[in-house]
Ligand binder design. Structure first.
Ligand code: NDP
Length: 449
């Protein structure tokens, strides 16, 4: 006789991946429950991409208001109130949290607002003590900010806390040179905080094309952001004056009001009972999965940032969808992680798809690079000496585009459409054959030399 379970699917973690997988599985007819120990919505919605983007919008007004005067506007007595923005952003986070909860409930997914731990290949124990069984378990428990191990590290904050600051710091030191460091550096700098980024290596945003990284560094410095490279945390102490003194390798100690860690994110896999079901982890604690998101335990799958794949919301959503279609939709679907576009919402933003020039040369040998280094029309009239850079990398053997890399205003908005072309395997000639929309920044893509 077939074994019976309380649920067809039990999902741990109601973030982007877990929510999509649960909702779609329920839509396919599965009986689904989901456990979430914090707030439904996960990192992206509650303390990541979404509130961060709202802060980016808020920060941008600083430059827009400055530029407005060159466009004839008199902008008097402008002031910025952090608490107004912070609270309005949190109100919208509450709205989204409600929307995500409604979506799950409307699809008949039972929500447990508590922590769940795996007790076996088909069983989960909830914090309240209740034990439930499921034919499949999906682990979608995400990741959390890495906090460097050093004396006084508890004196610093992470991006989780940045959304809730009581006051804006006058001086902030941000550790790390990746996405979060550069995005929050732009935000705080626009709000008038003195920002210093310290990075353990000489390289910012290592996975992006070098020319774009160099351009962002140059523009960031011009905007007043300071950088210290080869600077590894040694310790943090609170001084008698009440500020934080940060000691680091190769540089003098530095006094600031706030220290924020942006040194990567680690999978939330400890204490989850994964060992009870023989689920294997990699050396960084991420759950090993195959192309169908199946773990080393047949009945347990994992999606999103707790797996060693790309830590991006749309990727987790794809993985969740593919899981649901494979297991409950009768449509075995592997996740296609080739040509995933991405963006850094720095000031100005970077957006990229495919291979960098360096990676393309290593992989293909001979490449052709087309480039436009231009000053957007709005910046010209505003008297803002900030140039954009667009790069297209092609396989010299067949003209096929293998990468597009942009830095400049609205770069992520522009790249999304161009990423379709790269994914579809189009060539430089296809772009050349497309008539420009004038005057735009995006037209540079079809006019590249
Ligand atoms: P990133 O992986 O982007 O960058 C981490 C940075 O911290 C690197 O500069 C790295 O240096 C440095 N670093 C790593 N470990 C240490 C350490 N032990 N001590 C000192 N420095 C260290 O991480 P983030 O925290 O910025 O973001 C985490 C992830 O979240 C990203 O990888 C991304 O996938 C996702 N994310 C995406 C966003 C988007 O799509 N716009 C926005 C925010 C986050 P080195 O290069 O030398 O290793």
């Amino acid at each position: 006789m077939a074994e019976t379970y309380d649920y067809d699917l039990f999902t741990i973690g109601a973030g982007s991946g877990g929510t999509r997988a649960s909702r779609v599985s329920a839509g396919h007819g599965a009986k689904v429950a989901i456990a979430e120990e914090y707030r439904v919505g996960g990192t992206c919605v509650i303390r990541g991409c979404v509130p961060k983007k709202m802060l980016i919008y808020g920060a941008h007004f600083a430059e827009d208001l400055e530029d407005a005067q060159r466009f004839g506007w008199t902008v008097d007595n402008c002031t910025f109130d952090w608490k107004t923005l912070r609270d309005n952003v949190q109100d919208d986070v509450d709205r989204l949290n409600g929307a995500y909860t409604d979506t799950l409930e409307n699809h008949g997914v039972e929500i447990f607002h508590e922590r769940a731990e795996i007790t076996g290949p088909h069983s989960v124990k909830l914090a309240s003590g209740r034990e439930v069984t499921a034919k499949y378990i999906l682990v979608a428990c995400g990741a959390r900010p890495h906090v460097p191990e050093c004396g006084g590290s508890d004196l610093g904050i992470t991006s989780n806390d940045a959304f809730h600051l009581e006051e804006l710091p006058k001086r902030i030191l941000i550790a790390g040179g990746g996405y979060i460091a550069n995005e929050f550096a732009g935000i705080f700098n626009e709000f008038g905080t003195k920002v210093t980024i310290i990075n353990r290596s000489k390289t910012l945003l290592r996975q992006y094309d070098q020319a774009l990284r160099d351009r962002l560094l140059q523009i960031s410095i011009a905007k007043g952001i300071d950088f210290r490279f080869d600077a590894e945390f040694e310790s943090i102490e609170r001084t008698d004056e009440g500020c934080l003194r940060v000691h680091m390798s190769n540089h003098e100690p530095m006094d600031v009001d706030c220290v924020m860690y942006a040194t990567g994110r680690v999978p939330n896999t400890e204490g989850l009972g994964l060992e009870n079901a023989g689920v294997e982890l990699d050396e960084k604690g991420a759950i090993k999965v195959d192309e169908y998101s199946q773990t080393s335990c047949e009945s347990i799958y994992a999606v999103g940032d707790c797996t060693p794949r790309i830590q991006l919301t749309p990727v987790a959503i794809r993985e969740g969808q593919a899981f649901a279609d494979t297991i409950f939709g009768g449509n075995k679907t592997a996740v296609d992680l080739s040509c995933v576009p991405s963006a850094v919402f720095s000031h100005p933003p970077i957006a990229s798809v495919g291979l960098t020039e360096g990676d393309a040369k290593n992989k293909l040998g001979s490449v052709k690079v087309y480039q436009s280094d231009f000053r957007p029309m709005k910046n010209v009239l505003a008297g803002r000496d900030e140039r954009s850079l667009y790069k297209m990398v092609c396989d010299a053997a067949n003209d096929r585009i293998v990468g597009i890399h942009l830095i400049g205003p609205d770069a992520p908005e522009i790249l999304q459409a161009a990423a379709v072309a790269v994914k579809a395997g189009l060539t430089k000639a296809d772009f050349d054959a497309t008539v420009a929309i004038h005057p735009t920044m995006a037209e540079e893509l079809v006019l590249l030399k």
